[in-house]
Design a protein around this ligand. Structure first.
Ligand SMILES: [Fe+2]
Length: 325
């Protein structure tokens, strides 16, 4: 049994098509998409249609909630600020009510019980929290704390846009730590597994591990003796031509509508580095809150760091059309 596992397409149709072509070659038995279909790259509507046409199993991510919250009565007034949320306003205008209804009906998690295999839990972050994610260098104890309530040994996560294939173990001394913890929800599965296999397929459309290739994973069921938990992971990276996606930021009007956040998404597509996090971290380390005046904070960031030049030097469009500054 082989599963194709994708996540974090983020509206990047050219990247999705590159992965689809590779999946055609690899022919997994089933294909699973673990959230964040939309937002960040300008083809969100087309990505929804393409995914629906393929009939894949889909789980919802936090970027689906940006849209679903914004178009619902629960949207806070802060969402109205076009300087901060223009990207989301543009996205909301792109999607039809029917496409929105599709996102609204998606599940937040799944458990796969495929014949003759160990069950696999699937969530964009961890079950119940879609903004928790994992990294390759993260301390194992941190991962165990986040997955301790997961009853299945294998968890497919996403969200961080980096490829992860980690085995973590709850050791006897850690059990004492957890039991002594004043926050009991950190350890809610005392009779559950003592080992978890935590997997992130990486991001199809907006990787943040320094490699701009479209990324995904193949999971193959294997005997427990071969891989604890019963699933072996192969990570894949598919280079593709990013220029049509980059050019679409201007052509679609998204760059003009979306302001600083859209520009940072564009930078992430160029560098495959976490540009939004880098900007917010820089500002907050200096006592600034970007959301209060994002344009002037971003201008200060660019002036102080020269990050625009760093991005331009890596931009496949720069020099062709003068974009990307
Ligand atoms: Fe994402």
């Amino acid at each position: 049994m082989r599963l194709g596992v994708l996540a974090d397409i983020h509206g990047n149709l050219p990247a999705l098509e590159a992965v689809i072509a590779e999946l055609e070659r690899l022919q997994p038995d089933h294909i699973l998409l673990n959230g964040d279909l939309i937002n960040a790259v300008p083809f969100s509507a087309a990505v929804i249609d393409r995914v629906r046409e393929l009939g894949w199993v889909v789980v919802r991510g936090n970027h689906e909630f940006y849209y679903l919250d914004y178009v619902s009565p629960q949207a806070g007034v802060e969402y109205q600020d076009p300087a901060r949320w223009g990207q989301l306003h543009w996205l909301a205008a792109q999607l039809t009510p029917e496409q929105g209804a599709y996102l609204a009906m998606l599940p937040d998690e799944r458990t796969l019980y495929l014949p003759d295999t160990a069950p696999v839990r699937v969530a964009h972050g961890v079950p119940g929290q879609n903004r928790v994610g994992f990294h390759s260098q993260q301390p194992a104890a941190e991962i165990v704390a986040a997955v301790a309530h997961v009853a299945e040994e294998t968890l497919i996560s996403a969200h961080t846009h980096v490829q992860v294939d980690r085995h973590v173990y709850l050791h006897a001394d850690m059990v004492q730590d957890f039991l002594a913890d004043p926050h009991p929800n950190r350890f809610t599965c005392p009779n559950g597994p003592r080992h978890w296999h935590v997997i992130n397929p990486g991001s199809v459309g907006l990787p943040l591990n320094g490699d701009p290739a479209a990324q995904f994973a193949i999971l193959e069921s294997v005997p427990e003796a071969v891989e604890p938990g019963g699933w072996r992971v192969t990570h894949h990276r598919v280079p593709y031509d990013r220029r049509p996606a980059l050019a679409a930021y201007e052509e679609s009007g998204m760059m003009e509508a979306g302001g600083v956040i859209t520009r940072l998404f564009y930078w992430e597509l160029v560098t495959a580095e976490p540009e939004i996090i880098l900007f917010y971290r820089w500002a907050r380390e200096r006592g600034m809150e970007p959301d209060e005046d994002i344009d002037s904070t971003f201008a200060a960031y660019v002036a102080a760091t020269g990050r625009d030049g760093y991005v331009r030097a890596r931009d496949p469009l720069w020099g062709m059309r003068g974009l990307g500054d």
